[in-house]
Design a protein around this ligand. Structure first.
Ligand SMILES: Nc1ncnc2c1ncn2[C@@H]1O[C@H](COP(=O)(O)OP(=O)(O)OP(=O)(O)O)[C@@H](O)[C@H]1O
Length: 267
């Protein structure tokens, strides 16, 4: 039986004005019909850092993450503000395709297209109007290098992406996202379908990528959050209960529900 934790006491850090933020949500609410799945989420994401979203199954992590680049538009009602470069991108007149170019997403299960490795990367680039073969090839190389996959696939770029291992496919999906030169990368449990060795490779890739991108990652794996994130947000039943530097959250959580969750005595 889940303990009855109060939602009144939360501990959500804010940032001083001198901290450059990539994204910020203000009173974000998400409703799936009558199901109020996310309540008043107020989180800010510092640039060029990794932030982890943690919490039990059904706590709203994916719901929150998907709202950040308007992936919930067709399935849920999302209210509140999502600030990106001074613009509230949760407004109806915002071009969502443009938003998703700047705020890219990598999903739980690697989902490469049934095309060659090269085509996986240049497919979306061509759609944005880039036709020059030299430029496209440069982007292929850059993004595969960025996703730490180049050395493994540089001689087989025209082979099917489906022949890659799960871990390689996931790094290809990361390469596909960064080929669009986004600003923010959202990742929804990107390692949950991967073996430990592939997981380490993806984690190393993310640690490197944060120099260029702001990364927000949903993970069930607290060790993963501890290994790679600078700060961590803990979600519980659709509420952000605590948001703090990761080391602080794991060593001295401020509120009971977080303490129980990180110590494994939750529920
Ligand atoms: N597409 C959807 N339609 C209706 N309800 C949904 C949908 N997606 C999520 N929900 C509901 O929203 C709530 C939060 O779910 P969500 O998937 O965001 O949680 P989560 O913390 O990401 O869980 P998990 O760790 O299992 O992925 C749950 O009550 C879930 O049933």
């Amino acid at each position: 039986m889940l303990k009855d934790y109060s939602f009144d006491q939360t501990a959500v850090q804010t940032f001083d004005d001198h901290v450059a933020l990539a994204l910020k949500t203000e009173d974000l609410q998400v409703y799936y019909g009558n199901n109020h799945a996310m309540h008043d989420a107020n989180l800010a994401f510092p640039k060029n850092q990794i932030t982890a979203l943690i919490g039990a199954s059904g706590s709203g992590k994916s719901t929150y993450l998907r709202s950040l680049n308007r992936m919930n538009d067709t399935i849920a009602t999302v209210t509140g503000k999502i600030w990106y470069h001074g613009v509230d991108i949760n407004q109806p007149d915002v071009n969502i395709y443009e938003i998703r170019r700047h705020i890219g997403m990598v999903f739980q299960r690697p989902n490469p297209f049934a095309k060659s490795i090269r085509e996986n990367i240049i497919y979306a680039l061509r759609a944005t109007g880039i036709k020059d073969k030299k430029v496209l090839n440069q982007r292929v190389e850059q993004s595969l290098k960025g996703a730490a996959l180049w050395d493994e696939v540089k001689d087989t770029l025209d082979k099917s992406a489906l022949a890659l291992s799960g871990g390689q496919q996931q790094r290809l999906c990361i390469a596909r996202s960064i080929a669009m030169e986004p600003d923010v990368l959202l990742l929804d449990e990107p390692c949950s379908a991967l073996d430990p060795i592939s997981t380490v490779k993806v984690e190393e890739t993310l640690l490197e990528l944060q120099k260029k991108y702001t990364i927000i990652i949903v993970t069930h794996n607290m060790q993963q959050a501890a290994r790679i994130s600078s700060q961590c947000a803990f979600f519980h039943l659709g509420h952000v209960m605590e948001y703090a530097p990761t080391a602080t959250m794991f060593s001295t959580p401020k509120i009971q529900v977080t303490q129980d969750y990180v110590s494994g005595s939750f529920g």
